[in-house]
Write a protein that binds this ligand. Structure first.
Ligand code: ZN
Length: 208
């Protein structure tokens, strides 16, 4: 069972302290620093030169891990990364895997008719297997930023490690700094409400 910990990001907070053991196997020997990246797009708007300006936040988490699991975790976190490119790649994999269903159900000769296109479902299945592997292999992964506040979430596969992390970073993980705002305080909700009211208003105008 994975544990998710909410961590506040704030200039006043001391840097994060990581337990000096591998989050996967608990080993305290031959530890190396591993870095995982978490990004979010804050806004995209057209600029004066006719292009697009993208504002984003990027967070690099560097934590100790045993040599054996460091590479595995970097690769797994890359496969599961929250970036637009990887989200698109994962979507393509899911679509490919959907196309694979008829190949399993139907006669093998369909493959001959589709030619090179039959590689697409195959890649989809390989992609899905990679995602499933990554979810099991990753023992420490920054998953997402909170959309409404300066908080990000880290997922730990080991409960004890997560507890140690909380103890070492009491302030950054305290509920007073990381607690999610109640639903009526979330800006997204109010944006949706405004859009619905506006649509209702337009609808009323059109009926007259
Ligand atoms: Zn390890």
């Amino acid at each position: 069972m994975a544990t998710t910990v909410r961590v506040a990001i704030n200039d006043d907070l001391p840097p994060l302290v990581w337990p000096l053991c591998c989050p996967k196997c608990g080993s305290t020997e031959s530890l190396v620093q591993t870095t995982s990246r978490l990004g979010r797009v804050k806004s995209i708007r057209p600029n004066l030169t006719g292009g697009m300006t993208m504002k984003s936040d990027i967070l690099h988490l560097s934590f100790p891990m045993c040599e054996k699991h460091a590479q595995e975790t970097s690769l797994a976190n890359l496969i599961l990364a929250n970036s637009p490119v990887l989200q698109l790649l994962r979507l393509i994999c899911f679509m490919g895997a959907l196309f694979a269903l008829p190949f399993f159900l139907g006669p093998v000769k369909i493959i001959g008719q589709f030619g090179w296109f039959s590689l697409f479902p195959l890649l989809g299945v390989v992609g899905i297997l990679a995602i499933v592997w990554a979810k099991r292999a990753s023992s420490l992964r920054p998953t997402r930023f909170d959309p409404d506040m300066d908080v990000f979430e880290v997922q730990f596969s080991d409960e004890d490690y997560a507890t140690q992390f909380r103890v070492k970073n009491v302030k950054a993980t305290s509920s007073s700094l990381t607690e999610a705002p109640p639903w009526y305080m979330r800006s997204l909700l109010w944006k949706v409400v405004v859009i619905l009211l506006f649509l209702g208003f337009i609808g009323k105008l059109m009926n007259h």
